[in-house]
Design a protein around this ligand. Structure first.
Ligand code: 0O2
Length: 267
């Protein structure tokens, strides 16, 4: 196949990957704005390279005539979570979406692969709009923890290096490392609630501080500079105290002051 034809075929897959990265990142933002813990930590994506498509087609003895149907991971999205529990939350989020139609799911967490690989895979149909109309294509979404991702990345590189001839001692060490990853994920799950509480209050605090700073900045335009300076000094004092409830109280008071100035400006 000519390189130009490959480009035309793969172009919608680039669009799909870019769109999905934006959409999943938006979910992180929604959680942040709500001041709640996001089950998604990080999102990445890639389109399979031409050589990798050819290699897979050759390995699986697939005809190139209908490779778009047979190779379901031309567009790949990877969602990284902090905890195993988050993976299943993300799966639920994906199942409820109307812009994706799930073709199949593979739970390599409950059914770990022989290699020690753990991850949750969803193959979904996703529509993109092109100049030639709507195109439905397949996307593979891999959902895994930070620890699983660390292991899979290293194992993938070693598998690539050794091809079919991975030395036994390396294989054994990877297997031991996979056990360690499983244990680490279990340990982290046991302190999940505590970590989530800490992260949520950090996000809530960051949101309040941002709102207070915006309010103070707006006041500078309408209020007496001396008064705003006093408000600002008071904010720094409370901020340094580090007490979230004091910050919340200060924000409510600031809101009243801002409302007073708004009412005055309307008179
Ligand atoms: P690459 O280079 O990452 O794109 P199947 O027909 O379902 O048996 P298939 O289509 O390979 O086989 O599906 P599977 O097993 O769900 O694997 C899909 C992808 O998951 C792989 O893509 C890898 O990215 C990842 N994966 C699966 N098994 C392993 C493993 O043991 N180790 C690592 N590191 N990753 C794995 P590709 O095309 O094989 O590779």
């Amino acid at each position: 196949m000519e390189i130009q034809l490959w480009r035309e075929i793969l172009d919608p897959y680039y669009l799909a990957v870019n769109e999905l990265i934006v959409k999943f990142n938006h979910i992180i933002e929604e959680y942040k704005h709500a001041g709640t813990y996001s089950p998604i930590e990080l999102v990445t994506g890639r389109v399979k390279t031409i050589s990798s498509i050819l290699e897979k087609a050759h390995k699986k003895n697939l005809s190139l005539d209908n490779f778009e149907e047979n190779i379901d991971d031309i567009a790949g999205i990877r969602i990284i979570c902090q905890f195993v529990e988050d993976i299943y939350k993300v799966v639920d989020i994906i199942r409820k979406r109307s812009d994706m139609r799930i073709k199949c799911e593979k739970d390599y967490i409950k059914n770990m692969k022989e290699s020690g690989y753990r991850s949750y895979h969803i193959i979904a149909y996703y529509n993109v709009e092109t100049l030639n109309g709507t195109k439905e294509l397949q996307v593979e979404i891999q959902i895994r923890t930070l620890a699983m991702n660390f292991w899979a990345t290293i194992e993938h590189s070693l598998r690539y290096k050794y091809k079919q001839n991975m030395p036994d001692n390396i294989r054994e060490r990877l297997s031991a490392a996979s056990d360690a990853v499983l244990k680490l994920d279990m340990e982290m799950s046991s302190v999940r609630d505590e970590i989530m509480d800490a992260q949520s209050s950090f996000t809530i605090k960051a949101n309040i501080v941002a709102d207070i700073l915006t309010s103070i900045q707006n006041l500078y335009e309408v209020a007496n500079k001396q008064e705003v300076k006093k408000i600002q000094d008071e904010f720094f004092r409370i901020y340094q105290g580090g007490d979230l409830s004091q910050l919340e109280k200060f924000y409510r008071e600031l809101d009243c002051i801002a409302q007073r100035y708004r009412a005055q400006s309307l008179r």
